[in-house]
Design a binder for this molecule. Structure first.
Ligand code: SF4
Ligand code: SF4
Ligand code: SF4
Length: 231
């Protein structure tokens, strides 16, 4: 509901279930339950965002915050990002453009947490710096819990039931046609590779932390690399 309110799809939220189990062009966050354990499905904001790599018109970008964003005014609806996303995230809208979670980029740029994090009634989703996120996740690992996403995605899941998580991942993951992806990857794009685009150019690092899921952005890391002359 908070996600839909923020994204302007309130009407649908009021007329349908507030806990959709599938992503659509107007549902960017869904709730799936396995063995009684709830998991949130949304864009993982991958470190290596292949969706951005294959976009032929620079519509799908990686921001300095690590948020992977589809610029609607540029999207031509080719569907390449959806083809290569192994988490089954981008969905085509009625206007033929593809849509997905943008990590509430406007909110985090203002220093606010994503709407879903703010709205969580039990504090399962939290917000902090990337160092704190990894520290917290590794502390949970030390206690015997499992994590998914450290150094891989900007949402890091922390959970106790490995089987339930594998069921979740197996359900949302899309089988990919290797040959098709090879063809897509060989298709020329405007930039050739996805650089960390300075989308908003705002200073300050705010990272999302969740007990069920952790979300981070990598602005600090990018800045450190730049200062170190590596990027
Ligand atoms: S989950 Fe899919 S759409 Fe999101 S960043 Fe990763 S590859 Fe891209
Ligand atoms: S549908 Fe095509 S143009 Fe639109 S964001 Fe995805 S890859 Fe880019
Ligand atoms: S980060 Fe924002 S857009 Fe993404 S699922 Fe949460 S509320 Fe929706």
């Amino acid at each position: 509901m908070a996600c839909k309110e923020r994204n302007g799809t309130v009407y649908e939220a009021k007329s349908k279930s507030f806990q959709p189990s599938s992503l659509t062009a107007t549902t960017w966050l869904s709730l799936r339950e396995y063995r009684g354990v709830p998991f949130l499905h949304r864009c993982f904001h991958c470190y290596s965002a292949v969706c951005a790599l294959v976009c032929p018109v620079d519509a799908h970008i990686v921001t300095d915050y690590g948020a992977v964003v589809i610029q609607q005014d540029r999207c031509i609806g080719c569907g390449r990002c959806a083809e290569v996303c192994c988490y089954g995230v981008p969905r085509q809208g009625l206007d033929r453009r593809y849509k997905k979670c943008d990590l509430c980029l406007d909110r985090i740029a203002q220093g606010k947490p994503p709407a879903c994090v703010e709205a969580c009634p039990v504090g399962a989703l939290k917000f902090g710096k990337i160092e704190d996120i990894y520290k917290a996740a590794r502390e949970e690992e030390a206690k015997g819990r499992c994590t998914y996403g450290i150094e891989l995605t900007h949402w890091v899941y922390v959970y106790s039931d490995q089987e339930a998580f594998e069921a979740f991942l197996g359900d949302v993951a899309r089988r990919k046609d290797a040959e098709k992806i090879k063809n897509i990857l060989s298709f020329p794009t405007k930039r050739g590779a996805p650089p960390p685009v300075s989308y908003l150019g705002i200073e300050g690092a705010v990272i999302a932390l969740s007990i069920a899921a952790l979300v981070a952005w990598r602005q600090n890391r990018i800045r450190e690399k730049k200062e170190g002359g590596h990027e």
